[in-house]
Write a protein that binds this ligand. Structure first.
Ligand code: 1HE
Length: 261
């Protein structure tokens, strides 16, 4: 295990094949300033082939309070465009990087913090988590990919309501709505996220690639194109020697069965 401070506000810990990226700006509730955005991009673009899955988490009592509002007032419109595009590149590095990413959520998951969480592939929340898009009441709009990713997770109507009315979803409501795929007791989100990441790290490279890079593209395609892309990906995945060995292991009674949960 090794922990590296990537900056004053971000750390990287390696646990075998799993990387844990932590926001370490608890005093400011992990509000995301420009340095943090760029640090996130660097961290997720920097994984080598030994890293097979990642977890993103926040120190302190909240996952993230979103955009660092103290930096907002200094930008004109064009700078605002560049700023938003900088977030897009960073969160694309999370979503379309080398590895599946599990977000461990607790406390505030709001604004840009929610946008970051939505760039992960799986979200695990503990009972303290709450979700909001306070941009609406601050007179601004999402800029970190939220208008693309949030509706894909929970629907346009929910996002519109959250931004127009300031509605806050608690942890239970958030899980029902689809923000989180797992809901665990307070304080257990990171452990659960790590457990999932360790499982994910054991998948074949092709499976993890298909799920993180190909499935979201298929979801954007017409049914006809989607089915063709699916067939191509299925053929690639099943032709890999690791896939053949895994199927053989099952047929020879060497692999686990699917167990009722
Ligand atoms: C901040 C920020 C921030 C806290 N930028 N400094 N996001 C928001 O509108 C959410 C704003 N934050 C909050 O509603 C609350 O801080 C929390 C519910 C998240 C946490 O409350 P609490 O009581 O635990 O902490 P606090 O006392 O409000 O904040 C502690 C410190 O963090 C305080 O600074 P201090 O110097 O007085 O100690 C706060 O000012 C500071 N802080 N949140 C800057 N967001 C890509 S576009 C995305 C657009 C958005 O994300 S807009 C939504 C922004």
């Amino acid at each position: 295990m090794s922990i590296t401070a990537l900056s004053a506000d971000l750390s990287l810990e390696l646990r075998g094949a799993v990387a844990i990226v932590r926001l370490t700006r608890a005093a400011k509730r992990n509000a995301i300033n420009d340095g943090l955005v760029m640090g996130l991009r660097q961290a997720f673009e920097g994984f080598g082939p030994d890293i097979k899955a990642a977890v993103i988490a926040g120190d302190g009592s909240h996952f993230s309070a979103g955009l660092d509002l103290s930096e907002l007032s200094e930008r004109n419109a064009v700078e605002g465009m560049h700023h938003s595009r900088m977030w897009h590149k960073a969160l694309d590095a999370v979503q379309f990087g080398r590895v599946p990413v599990v977000a461990a959520l607790h406390g505030a998951v709001v604004g840009g913090g929610l946008e970051l969480a939505c760039a992960a592939h799986i979200r695990v929340a503990d009972e303290s988590a709450f979700y909001a898009l306070p941009e609406g009441s601050r007179g601004i709009f999402v800029g970190g990919g939220g208008s693309v990713r949030v509706p894909r997770l929970v629907g346009v109507a929910r996002m519109t309501d959250m931004m127009l009315t300031g509605r806050v979803y608690n942890a239970q409501e958030g899980e029902r709505a689809g923000f989180a795929q797992y809901l665990v007791p307070a304080g257990q989100a990171l452990d659960k996220a790590l457990e999932l990441a360790e499982k994910i790290a054991l998948n074949t490279q092709a499976t993890n690639y298909a799920l993180t890079h190909v499935l979201p593209r298929i979801a954007e395609q017409s049914a006809d194109h989607g089915l063709m892309t699916e067939a191509l990906m299925a053929a690639i995945a099943q032709s890999a020697p690791e896939a053949k060995e895994r199927v053989r292991a099952f047929l020879e009674g060497r692999a686990s069965k699917v167990q009722k949960s």
